[in-house]
Design a protein around this ligand. Structure first.
Ligand SMILES: Nc1ncnc2c1ncn2[C@@H]1O[C@H](COP(=O)(O)OP(=O)(O)OP(=O)(O)O)[C@@H](O)[C@H]1O
Ligand SMILES: [Mg+2]
Length: 617
């Protein structure tokens, strides 16, 4: 009897604070959100000892009068919503009236605020949730909040804090998020009395990214173009194919201006990149999704970090499509680099001196020459003869090994198709092959290194995909049909995608509950254990999408099998083959990365070289 008691207001706040305030970065997040909601144009943040000893946020927003300032420290006191109906379409970052009282209950807290036209402001000091001082204050219009000694009254929570450096990094990440989300607002951060950054208000997101992360990153991003569907707008920047990170720290996603973590959206981004992203790596995104506020529920996570969409599939599809289109647009720009003529310069002069070999070299590269007309390098006198041109770098580089790429015994060259005969306009010169793997080329921008193995994978991948689209998938009967069991969820997935799998050339049918039989597989696959292969395919594809399209499934299978067909790193290629490989690569939809997302080529600009050689600082 009598075991249940009402908690005191202070304890109740501390319990609530457990959800809202996890670490200094959460304090920073809540205070920044308040400043943004208050219409600030400029926000200055200072932290000491990773924010554990001090977090201070100063804004020039609308401020509060004394009554509101006092009220703001009460739980469930907010100016942002009034009724449950408002919760359906929240337009501000805050809406719960929880943040300030929660923070004030677990710290030594000072709020100083003044409305723009008010004669005096108000200063309130709260310790561990109890208001100690309320007095007139004379600060500039706007609001200042100081949070000292976080969790001083909750030693157990304090123990969960990480090192000062880690906490600082978390704080910085929060500020980066808001700074990217609001380029029109100035931000500064001072850490332990040192200014870490001062970001002026800028007109565009691109400028903000440059100010925060540097021009090199901006140059490797592509702008996301416009509306994805009538109901969803998607904008921002994403990394070019081949650009990725080992962590999620530059994978920023905003929904209606709110930085969120969404497995739905990051999954869709990943699918949009598909072969343009390395396994285990994360894409770089500054992605802004705009959607009717009524179609998204923001009230699903204690720290407002997640949202729920009313039409998750619609959002997913819009994001996938948008990423795909953006990457494909970027391709045109990339190819431009190889179409611009190589400017006559010192390199040309060197070539001119390398007389005997150069005639051959220019013949090979001549735009109108096709693969078949080219002289076979091994048969040209002098090239493979060390005695003839020992001193010329160009000649050395041209001394390519004998074995032909499409020599008898090899599988038929998959890369030969009608594009062979297209007049090639690309202007690049192949200098040679380094370490039997990297093709060195010169284009208008400088030096290009191509990984011949990765390049060949990309060419084969797109060729197989084209065949699949045009002629369907040739299948090969298994010697012995195989049956295999799967757990119920996987069985559902297979049942659901059965017709797609069959169209993909997989002869699969149901063989009792949770059991399936396979009797044929696409002939381009080289699979020893069909059942194991199917389990792998299911695992890989399930995570990608619940209702994968035939194309998508097929692409995934091709990507997995292509590696086996592609030129191995050390396979020597003849000169014309190298050249054809490069041309084929440049004709690909996504030339700059292999089907596993590794880069196929790296451009080193003349400016970079000049910098490295100290010609330019
Ligand atoms: N920097 C500020 N400038 C002006 N008003 C502020 C500021 N910070 C807080 N307020 C006022 O105090 C109220 C309470 O803030 P608090 O952060 O506790 O709740 P909220 O922002 O309404 O909701 P949430 O808990 O989701 O953040 C706000 O609704 C706002 O009216
Ligand atoms: Mg708030």
């Amino acid at each position: 009897m009598g075991r249940i008691r009402l908690l005191s207001e202070t304890v109740a706040s501390q319990v609530a604070a457990g959800e809202v305030v996890e670490r200094p970065a959460s304090v920073v997040k809540e205070l920044l959100e308040n400043s943004l909601d208050a219409g600030a144009r400029s926000i200055d943040i200072a932290i000491r000892r990773g924010g554990i000893s001090l977090v201070r946020v100063i804004d020039d927003g609308c401020g509060m009068d004394r009554d509101d300032a006092l009220l703001s420290l009460e739980r469930h006191a907010t100016s942002k919503i009034r009724s449950a109906a408002d919760l359906q379409a929240v337009a501000t970052l805050g809406f719960r009236g929880e943040a300030l009282p929660s923070i004030a209950s677990v710290s030594r807290f000072r709020l100083s605020t003044r409305e723009t036209d008010a004669i005096a402001g108000t200063e309130i000091i709260v310790n561990g949730g109890k208001i100690d001082v309320v007095r007139d204050g004379g600060e500039a219009p706007g609001t200042q909040v100081e949070v000292r000694s976080l969790f001083y009254n909750l030693p157990a929570r304090r123990k969960f804090l990480r090192s000062e450096n880690t906490e600082s990094r978390n704080v910085e990440h929060q500020i980066h998020l808001q700074a990217i989300g609001h380029p029109e607002i100035g931000f500064s951060l001072m850490r332990d009395e040192r200014i870490l950054f001062q970001l002026p208000a800028t007109a565009t997101l691109g400028d903000r990214i440059r100010d925060l992360y540097g021009i090199e990153l901006l140059q490797r991003l592509v702008e996301v173009n416009g509306a994805a569907s009538p109901k969803i707008g998607i904008s921002g920047f994403i990394g070019q194919a081949g650009l990725s990170r080992q962590t999620r720290s530059q994978q920023l996603v905003f929904v209606n201006g709110r930085a969120i973590e969404s497995t739905l959206i990051t999954g869709a981004v990943r699918e949009g990149y598909h072969t343009a992203l390395m396994k285990g790596q994360y894409p770089v995104t500054f992605l802004f999704v705009e959607i009717d506020p009524g179609a998204v529920d923001v009230n699903v996570h204690p720290a407002k970090r997640e949202v729920r969409f009313r039409d998750p599939n619609g959002v997913r599809e819009a994001v996938v499509r948008c990423i795909q289109q953006t990457l494909e647009h970027a391709r045109a720009e990339w190819q431009e680099k190889f179409r611009a003529p190589v400017p006559p310069g010192p390199a040309a002069a060197v070539s001119a001196k390398a007389a005997p070999d150069l005639s051959l070299r220019s013949e090979i590269i001549a735009p109108e020459a096709t693969h078949r007309e080219l002289p076979h390098l091994g048969t040209v006198a002098g090239i493979a003869d060390p005695g003839r041109a020992p001193s010329e770098i160009v000649g050395q580089a041209l001394r390519l090994p004998e074995r032909r790429f499409d020599s008898p015994g090899d599988s038929p060259p998959l890369h030969q198709h009608e594009r062979d005969t297209k007049p090639a306009q690309q202007q690049f010169e192949i200098i040679g092959v380094l370490s039997k793997l990297y093709v060195l080329m010169e284009n208008a921008s400088g030096l290009v290194l191509v990984d011949q193995h990765a390049a060949h994978e990309r060419v084969l991948f797109e060729e197989l995909r084209r065949r699949m689209e045009q002629q369907g998938v040739p299948t090969q009967k298994l010697l012995l049909p195989q049956t295999f069991d799967v757990p119920p969820r996987d069985a559902d997935w297979i049942e659901h995608n059965l017709s797609v799998l069959q169209r993909m050339g997989i002869g699969i049918e149901s063989f009792g509950p949770g059991t399936f039989k396979i009797d044929s597989l696409p002939s381009f696959l080289d699979v020893s254990d069909a059942a194991q292969f199917m389990r792998k395919v299911i695992d890989d594809l399930k995570s990608v999408s619940n209702s994968a399209s035939a194309m998508r499934l097929g692409e995934e299978m091709i990507a997995k099998s292509v590696c086996r067909h592609a030129v191995k790193a050390n396979d020597p290629l003849h000169y014309p083959e190298v050249e054809k490989l490069i041309r084929d690569l440049l004709d690909c939809d996504l030339p700059y990365c292999c089907p596993h997302g590794r880069p196929t080529m790296i451009q080193i600009s003349l400016a970079e070289l000049e910098k490295k050689f100290g010609r330019k600082i």
